[in-house]
Ligand binder design. Structure first.
Ligand code: IPE
Ligand code: MG
Length: 209
């Protein structure tokens, strides 16, 4: 979900206002995915590297999660969306961690779609953690990823014009179809999502075969 900061700056608004809009867009797109019959969707909200942004922005983002998480939980419940979290949320402190876990707990029986939200998530971090557990327990790495039990993504969409993965789902994206769009995340709409899904059907997927 890239481009929140630029979306706000273009409007002479504080970057955090862009992040707030970004959360609203995330809920709308999650609902749109459900409408398309997509069973799983993952959103990259806060990376392990985002912690290195200026303190004011990091504090703003964490404050926003604190303000918005209860609303997110209710929106997800109203739409039968099951929330899963990818990442080490202990970084956010006891009270926010509890709020996040509460949303996971309260939405766990929802059935229409699973929405993974990556919070303090890094693909390398996930892999090194999974590799240790895999060696200790003598079981495949994939069982210890945050997405354990879920299929690999078919489609990756990065908004905001950059063409890189930025440490997102490095294991899971091995054969994923990649889409890069210039649209800034808060402006990303269901219409654009539909166009990407249509284009996806014309991609020839061979999985190396
Ligand atoms: C993405 O928007 C949201 C987060 C990484 C938290 P950015 O904050 O990267 O927005 P730009 O790239 O500066 O526009
Ligand atoms: Mg960015």
């Amino acid at each position: 979900m890239d481009g929140n900061g630029r979306w706000a700056t273009k409007r002479s608004l504080p970057r955090n206002t862009g992040h707030r809009e970004g959360i609203n867009a995330m809920t709308s797109i999650a609902i749109a995915c459900k409408g398309l019959g997509i069973p799983y969707v993952s959103f990259y909200a806060f990376s392990t590297e985002n912690k290195n942004r200026p303190k004011q922005e990091v504090d703003g983002l964490i404050g926003l999660m604190r303000d918005k998480f209860d609303e997110l939980r209710d929106d997800f419940n109203d739409n039968d969306i099951k929330l899963c979290v990818m990442g080490d949320i202990s970084y956010f402190g006891k009270s926010l961690e509890k709020k996040i876990n509460d949303a996971v707990e309260k939405t766990k029986n929802n059935k229409s779609i699973v929405v993974n939200v990556a919070l303090n998530y890094g693909g390398r971090d996930e892999l090194s953690r999974a590799a240790t557990l895999s060696a200790q327990r003598n079981a495949p790495i994939s069982e210890f990823l945050y997405t354990s039990g879920q299929p690999d993504p078919d489609i990756l969409i990065r908004t905001g014009g950059e063409k890189r993965l930025s440490n997102f789902m490095l294991y899971q994206l091995a054969y994923t179809e990649l889409f890069f769009v210039d649209t800034l995340w808060p402006d990303f709409t269901e219409k654009e999502l539909n166009a990407i899904v249509q284009e996806y059907y014309y991609r020839d997927r061979r999985f190396g075969k």
